[in-house]
Each structure stands twice: as C-alpha cells, then as structure tokens.
Design a protein around this ligand. Sequence first.
Ligand SMILES: [Fe+2]
Length: 398
Amino acid sequence: MLIELFRDVPPGRTRVLSGSIDRIGDVLRPLGIGSVFVVTDPGIVRCGHAGRMLSLLIDCRASVSGFDAVRENPSKIDVDRCSAALDAAVVDRFGGKEPECVLAIGGGSAIDVAKAAILVRAGGGSIEDYRGVGSLGARVPPLIAVPTTAGTGSEVQSFALISDESTHEKFACGDAAIAPRVALLDAELTRTMPRHVTASTGLDTIGHALEALVTTKGSDVSRRAARDAFVLAASAFDRVLTRADDLEAREAMLQSSSLAGLAIENSMLGAAHSIANALTAKFEMAHGEAVALALPEVVRFNSVEPAARALYREAAFHAGAAQSSDSDDIAIDRLIEQMYAWIGHAGIDLLASRLRRDVHLRDLAEVASRQWTARFNPRAVDRSAFETILEAMIRART
Ligand SMILES: [Fe+2]
C-alpha cells in the first residue's frame, strides 16, 4: 500500500507517496499512463533497481524507453545526451507521440537531468537558455521521481541543478512545469547506497533543513517543515551510518529529505550552500560534505540574528541536542557540537588538509558571494563575511 505524506505542506505541486516500487502501477493507472521514458544512472543499473523498475513497468503493460547514462554532477552534455535519447524514443518507440510520463529513478543527478530534458524537449534550445526561473507554459509529460538517495530533495522541487562545464559551478533551472507530479519514496532502494553516499547525502539533508529554517524568504509553514525535517534527520542520521540495513532510519532520512526539499521550494537556501558551491567548484568534494563543513560556522555566524537564534534554539531542543533549560548560547553551542559530531561520525576528510588561508580564502569567498543562495541568508553576507566564516571553518578543523 502507498501512504500519502505531507499533504499540508505547500506549495504541494508534488504528491509524496511512501511505499514499495512494486506498487508503481498504482501511481501510473490513475494518471492513465501507457508510455514511459525512464532516466537513470549506471550505478542504479548495476545494483538492479533500474532492471526491476523496467520489469514492473512492463508488467503494467507500459511502452518503455529510456536513458541510463546520467553522470554525477551532470552538465549540459548529460542533458544533451538524454534529450537526444528522448527525441529518438519519440520516433522509434512511441510512434511519434510524446511519452505519457518521464520516470526518473536515481539520486538528484538523474532527477535533475530528467527535468532538464523535459524543458529542452518542450521548449527547444539548450539547457543554458533556462537558467533562473521560467514559465514554460507548454504541456509537458508528468515527471515521476523515485529517489534512491536521501539528500537532494529534487524529487519534490521545480528546479534542476546543472553544472557549468567550464567553471564547475552549478546553475539552477526552475519551472513549475518540471516539478515532479509524484515522488515515490521506497526506503529499500536507499539501502544500496555506499556509506560515503549515505553520509554526504544525509548531511546535505541536514543542511537543507537548517538553512531553510532561517532564510529571509520562509513562511511559518516552510519553517515548520524545515524544523520537522531536521528533527527526523537528527533521529536517524547516526543510525543509518551505523547500520546500513536499518530501514526505519532510512525511511526517516528519505522523509526528512523530501520534507526539507518542500521547505526549500518555499524558503530557498543560505550561506552554507553558497560556500559549498564555491568549495565543490574548486575541490573534488561531494556537495553534502561541502555543505556539512560550512554549516556549523554559518549557524554560529547567523545566530547573532535574534530570529535565527530563536529558530536554531527551538530546533536544537526538538532534536534532543539541547535542554529547555539551556540558555540561547548553550543551546546553539550544543547544536554546533552535534553537527561536528555528525561530521566526525561520517568520517569526512578534514578541510584543513586542503584549504590554505594564504592561497584560497579570498577566491573562495569571492565565488561564495556570487552564489544566488547568499541572498536569502538571515544575516547579510558579503565577500569579507565569507572570508570570516571560512577562517572559522579552518580554525575549527585544525
Ligand atoms: Fe544541498
């Protein structure tokens, strides 16, 4: 049976269902879907999830074609290849008609490439033409997202994040038309994630929750969603790192990821993601690791703002990191200590070994200050503020 989650969380473009992918027919049938274009990546093919989904779709008598070569941190090249496969499928497989649905199964990369290919197929041109927020207006096939990692929240969002080949910086393409119609959360699928992927995607979720909690753009509803996402992740993150087959904890992380994703859709993100984007453009580093390294010192930096301070304190209390009797200062210190404990448990390579104050700081701060997420941080951040935060990150890790 599929259970519907988060009905009361706007903007509500995506129905979030929890249950086994064996029930995919229950998702397709009410939408009257008979032809499906599947987008996935080679890792999901290797671990058997893509083949299983294919069999299930064939059992539903769907006509199926797809693209299975999405790379990590996908760029225009991935979008072009996927779009070409979609164009060919329309001619060769779907009798000249558009597929009745696109189904992405994989991590954020597969889901983002599926969204980008839908945009390009409907509107033409190159994915770079869709930077920012657009309004396609065209009728596009509904997207069904089946996440196999618990981290990006892409399964509930109207944005695709694509890497620029030359700068390695990510750009966002947003359009309400590409928000998935349905996200199907099956915790069993996330069990095949290697531990370092469980760690980095889980830390990304924690980052999404704590950033969406305090941005200047949030609403009461999105802040509550962000807080609940943080509490869920706080209850489960150590457990998924300790025992890969703890399905209850994996379900909590998946739900946290989607809930934080819904919060971001309304609240956007903050300075930790600005720094993370600068770090991943410069170093070989997973996005979630970069977010995690920035997050504690961004929380410390933001916590001088009274509204952010109160929200952090409340989140720390609900997550069990602080007591109700703790002062604001102690509660926020506990929250920061908890984040460093998670980084330690995740076993992330220490930033200090790669970052050198004299070489990188100014450049990184400059790149971070250009990131769009910086605009929504609760405390104003410019290049010199980013330098201050980066220095605190170095001090904390040495
Ligand atoms: Fe993120």
